[in-house]
Design a protein around this ligand. Structure first.
Ligand SMILES: [Zn+2]
Length: 282
């Protein structure tokens, strides 16, 4: 990907070191502020069985994933009628299944052979194994799309988002979420921030740089917040909070009440770790 030493967002060669740790260096683009890892990457190799067993498919995550899927699908339905939906980076198919169960005509793409096979064979879902570019969908095919903590893995973010724009219809709605490099925890934890994941996460967006990527590739952001919603047990441990039962209690107590208001207010206050947005195709 960035073996040319150029910014994956704007193409500029000017950069300074943002931070470094054992075996990795992150750079900040001098022109646009994008933070990125300068590393070679081959799609698919990293994401086989162990990756999904260890984290994504763990039983303790199911409740969280179900709640997250519900919120995302409700947010999309505020902007488009239920129609054909694509989950990019569908993993083992959890969100595709959730969308289908809520009345969407749901499809997915996933580079991991292991995960795509699980989605197809165990869950009976239409999940293409490969990249979005390889799937070769027709122009304007999808009414809605979702990328849940996927964009930070992309070797060519501008190319992939342009391809997504091509396969969505005008006015179609996209949910995107990604770790926030300007979050309080990212700034506090530096090289030990849980979301750095060297070799896996290649791109580290701020509210400004993710909006820039979307604007460059034909999308308009219509909803935006940096939520304090905890996205994994790792992030909780990273934040010094208990996992397991303690995690559930924490998350539930935190998100009770007028939850959307609380979540957004908290997100603004502490610069939440997850950027969550809805963008529509212009
Ligand atoms: Zn740049």
């Amino acid at each position: 990907m960035n073996d040319s030493g150029r910014c994956p967002l704007c193409g500029s060669a000017g950069r300074e070191e943002h931070l470094s740790g054992p075996g990795f260096v992150l750079y900040r683009c001098a022109a646009c502020g994008m933070v990125y890892q300068d590393a070679l990457y081959s799609a698919g190799g990293t994401y086989e069985e162990g990756y999904f067993q260890a984290g994504y498919m763990a039983a303790e995550n199911e409740e969280r994933l179900g709640k997250n899927a519900r919120e995302i699908l409700e947010a999309l339905a505020r902007h488009v009628d239920k129609g054909r939906l694509l989950d990019i980076g569908a993993g083992p198919g959890y969100y595709v299944k959730a969308a289908a169960g809520r009345g969407w005509d749901a499809h997915g793409v996933e580079v991991s052979r292991y995960a795509a096979k699980h989605a197809r064979e165990a869950l009976g879902l239409d999940v293409f194994c490969g990249t979005l570019e390889e799937a070769q969908y027709p122009d304007g095919w999808f009414d809605a799309a979702m990328m849940v903590h996927v964009v930070e893995h992309l070797p060519d973010p501008v190319g992939t988002m342009k391809e997504l724009n091509r396969v969505m219809r005008k006015g179609g709605a996209l949910h995107l979420s990604t770790p926030n490099i300007t979050s309080r925890n990212a700034r506090r934890d530096g090289a030990s921030w849980w979301a750095l994941k060297p070799g896996e996460h290649l791109l580290f967006f701020s509210p400004d740089t993710i909006k820039r990527l979307l604007s460059m590739t034909g999308f308009e952001v219509v909803e935006f917040d940096t939520s304090a919603t905890v996205i994994s047990t790792e992030s909780l441990r990273g934040a010094g909070l208990p996992a397991g039962e303690g995690l559930r209690t924490f998350v539930n107590s935190y998100l009770k009440g007028p939850k959307e208001f609380v979540r957004r207010a908290a997100g603004r206050l502490i610069q939440g770790e997850s950027i969550n947005l809805i963008a529509v195709k212009k």
